[in-house]
Ligand binder design. Structure first.
Ligand code: TA6
Length: 318
């Protein structure tokens, strides 16, 4: 694979600093970039750092084939994935806030180091912290962004471990891929669970998810604290009402028909589990417009000092 770094051909390189929430949850945004007059900065071909909603730093990836993705550094959250016909396949809830305090409700939020319920805040703190840009490049014409999250006093107050998470986002013409690497940088072992809590744009009445038949299920519909165990017997899961279900040892290939005419293949490596969620009338204003299909690692991973865990997700148009 040849990595083409375009930075050298840019007119002027500078270290760009954008406002980042000063809340002990992350670091200042600083990256080598070519600044332009509109306040944006191009870091490598197809990767641009700019300001998003609430003035939060946002990186826009643009592929030469016409697809585009947006990634907020707050939460390391991919909020948009537009395919070449202009359709955004991800969904951000209308009640989402971009204030650098609350997690962004939509796109692909991280749940780390806990999916939950558990000892710390629901879905962990990674979606509540500012990630840093550590690399951006163009590899075979594909824009690639790598973000990093490390422990801070904010995270240590909840989970007293030193860690490093690297999150790579790769945009291609009809796919969006991510790679998450969690490394134990502490002197003691730690355990975590995690998920990519992906919100897909959808017409819920016509959504179908295939690939989960035979999985052991933990159904949270009645009591989220005490999920009911079962086995998924359906070939195709639909969403006629409230759905909140964990699928253990899920297939690494799921098919989502979003009800809007798109078939999205969700391929993964090393995410052992999956989660389906639609809140139905609990979110009357938006439930018809999205479905969460999540790659997850519900069974805890234990890492000894210096050990790493890597998992990938590949979303593509089928
Ligand atoms: O992933 C499913 C789930 O854990 C549900 O139990 C529900 O709590 C939902 O996530 C909440 O998602 P949010 O993005 O609002 O934190």
């Amino acid at each position: 694979m040849s990595a083409i770094s375009m930075a050298g051909s840019l007119p002027s390189l500078t270290s760009l600093k954008l406002h980042s929430p000063n809340n002990n949850r992350g670091s200042t945004v600083s990256m080598r970039a070519s600044a332009s007059t509109d306040g944006t900065a191009t870091t490598s071909q197809g990767v641009k750092l700019t300001q998003g909603n609430g003035d939060l730093p946002k990186v826009v990836l643009t592929s030469p084939h016409g697809s585009e993705a947006e990634v907020y550094l707050f939460g390391g959250c991919v909020t948009s994935w537009r395919i070449p016909n202009g359709k955004d396949l991800l969904f951000v809830r209308p009640d989402a806030v971009f204030n650098g305090q609350k997690p962004i409700s939509g796109g692909i939020p991280h749940c780390f180091p806990q999916f939950g319920p558990g000892k710390i805040q629901q879905h962990g703190f990674a979606r509540n912290m500012s990630w840093s840009v550590v690399d951006s490049e163009s590899t075979e014409g594909k824009p690639v962004l790598t973000l990093e999250l490390k422990d801070t006093p904010y995270s240590r107050a909840m989970w007293d471990f030193s860690f490093r998470a690297l999150y790579k986002v790769i945009l291609d013409s009809t796919s969006l891929s991510t790679e998450l690497i969690v490394t134990n940088t502490d002197k003691k072992a730690f355990s975590f669970s995690t998920a990519l809590h992906t919100y897909f744009r959808a017409a819920i009445a016509d959504v179908a998810v295939t690939g989960l038949k035979g999985c052991k299920t933990l159904n949270k519909e009645v009591d989220p604290q005490n999920p009911e165990e079962g086995i998924e017997e359906r070939e195709v899961v639909t969403f006629p009402g409230f759905v909140d279900c964990v699928y253990l040892d899920a297939s690494n290939e799921l098919l989502l028909e979003n009800g809007l005419g798109d078939k999205i293949l969700v391929k993964s490596t090393n995410w052992s589990d999956a989660v389906l969620w639609n809140p139905h009338l609990q979110m009357e204003a938006s439930y018809k417009d999205f479905v969460c299909v999540e790659n997850a690692q519900i069974k805890e991973i234990e890492l000894q000092p210096e050990q790493s865990w890597t998992a990938t997700q590949h979303l593509s148009i089928a």
